[in-house]
Design a protein around this ligand. Sequence first.
Ligand code: PRP
Length: 214
Amino acid sequence: MKNEEQFPQVNLIEHPLISADLSIIRDKRTGIADFRSAISRVATLLAHHSLRDLPLRRSVIETPMTETEGFQIDTEVVVVPILRAGLSLVDAIIRFVPDAKVGHIGIYRDEKTHQPVDYYSNLPDGIDQAMVLVVDPMLATGGSADDAISFLKQKGARNIRFISLISAPEGLKRVTGNHPEVPILTASIDEKLNDHAFIVPGLGDAGDRYFGTE
Ligand code: PRP
């Protein structure tokens, strides 16, 4: 059985441009500038897919020639990056929805226990009515995603989706099990986690590679 068939709520986004860019992102020889630009391109494609069902309301507009039907986005959009690495995916969504609000959740993974540690949050008002896009390039054990989604639910969010670049089956199992109503978009379902809970084949540590803190 293919990995994606095990996870019906997971939307695996496949595209030749994503395959080419994921190879740049995964390659350990890729430098910081190329790493950042490849992430930005994949993030744009993921953003495009994640907003496919954005609700619209009809309006009337006037072209220079005549009156005609127009459309406006009919929901507040809130992007929530999981710090730090999630920041790398924010701009791509804001490019499509320039008035989207951004909430931040700070979670890092303890290097020894692999458990998520929460250290910061700052969310905009109105999260209960908004389409909330939680973004993080990696979903490994799923602990960070699980925590972030639970926190957002506690704060009243009802329409949440999660966007990641690469995901491990172990993490997808955890998040889909605990939050079956939350769609997940990802560009890759990798093979597994290693003994240190790193995604294999993976891309290493996305935050360190993106911010140059390796
Ligand atoms: C990484 C990644 C996710 C998390 C995934 O963050 O960006 O947030 O680990 O692991 P999990 O699914 O097992 O929770 P990291 O702890 O490296 O923090 P950083 O983004 O600040 O580098």
